[in-house]
Design a protein around this ligand. Structure first.
Ligand code: NAD
Ligand code: ZN
Length: 342
């Protein structure tokens, strides 16, 4: 089969022929149809400090996908050949303190497909049956293939927040930020303000229902005007850029909530006293998707028809055009980039 492989600890990917994976008794073999390309794949492509510290080549890249089940292991009971599925790409131990207290998303023994083991930019992937998520018949593989980043957005927007009626600021309108805009609108936010430096991405945020689209330098005036000087109830920080993180703390109201998804490239200084403590705010760190309440919410929102992520997908490529796919993400103006695999 074809697979996009990180063959060596240097820059780049190689599309090559590899054996179809063999499955264990508790796993299923999935024929990959669509797969989302993500910033993480770019880090692995460029072999930056994070990638070289974490990943051990050779391995197949990719962690966002959907496809059809082609083979099931002997112990698998609820997944059948022909099922249309996606999967949670974080494989957790199921045995540790966190897993056993309903917090598997922070399991310290997590192995991520396409990072710690073979991923989905290939004709087939082997997955534990416990990670498989069934797709409704009405959900195309293309949408199935972006459940992972959409799930990041659902987790960030809806965990511990009270979005109905709320005023929300989304800092950073990458694919996940743009999904989050649509989710907050569907969940009944009274006002969603989307901030980014990139006009193409602001236009996508507008298309997903943002009431206001602003540059970071315009954000403060808009928040003050819209909230009568109070600040927003909730900020979804989805850029990882220090300036935006400071702005999140500045523009959230006293007693409000900042949900932090964006990952800063390196440590930076925050004034805990003035930015967090004296404002009495709650800060929540997001990791992946909650298992599996985030997935249930996501499927129910998609089923309702009130949230349609399709406009976020702006680029589609065959696996052979992997260099173009990586370039489209680096360009910074794409929404979601998807591989059409089979
Ligand atoms: P992305 O890099 O495509 O999006 C970031 C956006 O922030 C860009 O559109 C950029 O123009 C914008 N931006 C830059 N400076 C800004 C500023 N000052 N104010 C507002 N916006 C600004 O990323 P993505 O794929 O959508 O992911 C978003 C972030 O989430 C990234 O930092 C990524 O590493 C992180 N992430 C975290 C998790 C997790 O589990 N915590 C999972 C996936 C991604
Ligand atoms: Zn665990």
């Amino acid at each position: 089969m074809r697979a996009l492989v990180k063959t060596a600890p240097t820059e780049g990917f190689t599309l090559q022929e590899v054996p179809v994976p063999t499955i264990r008794e508790d796993e299923v073999l999935i024929r990959v149809r669509r797969a989302g390309v993500c910033g993480t794949d770019v880090h692995i492509h460029d072999w930056d400090a994070w990638a070289s510290g974490r990943c051990k080549p050779p391995f197949t890249i990719g962690h966002e996908f959907a496809g059809e089940v082609e083979q099931v292991g002997a112990l698998v009971t609820d997944v059948r050949i022909g099922d249309r599925v996606t999967a949670e790409g974080h494989i957790v131990c199921g045995r540790c303190h966190l897993c056993r207290t309903g917090n598997a998303h922070v399991c310290p023994n997590t192995k991520i497909i396409g990072v710690d083991r073979d991923g989905c930019f290939a004709d087939y992937i082997a997955m534990p049956a416990s990670n498989v998520w069934h797709l409704d018949d009405a959900i195309p593989f293309e949408i199935g293939g972006i459940h992972d980043p959409m799930g990041n957005a659902f987790h960030t927007a809806l965990h511990g927040t009270e979005i109905p009626g709320a005023t929300v600021l989304v800092t950073g309108c990458g694919p996940i930020g743009i999904f989050a805009v649509g989710i907050c609108v569907a969940a009944g936010a009274s006002r969603v303000i989307a901030s980014d430096v990139n006009p193409t991405r602001l236009a996508l945020a507008k298309q997903m229902g943002a009431h206001d689209t602003v540059t970071p330098s315009e954000a403060k005036a808009t928040v003050q005007q819209v909230t009568g000087g109070l600040g927003v109830d909730v900020v979804l920080e989805m850029s990882g850029v220090p300036a935006a993180i400071h702005q999140a703390f500045e523009l959230v109201r006293v007693g409000g909530r900042v949900q932090m998804l964006g990952i800063p490239a390196k440590p930076f200084e925050v004034n805990l006293a003035t930015e967090i403590i004296f404002k009495g705010i709650t800060v929540y760190g997001v990791i992946g998707r909650r298992m599996y309440d985030t997935w249930i919410q996501m499927s129910q929102f998609l089923r309702s028809g009130k949230f349609d992520p399709t406009p976020v997908i702006t680029h589609r490529f065959p696996l052979e055009a992997h260099a173009e796919a990586i370039a489209a993400i680096k360009d910074g103006s794409a929404g979601k980039v998807v591989f059409e695999i089979g």
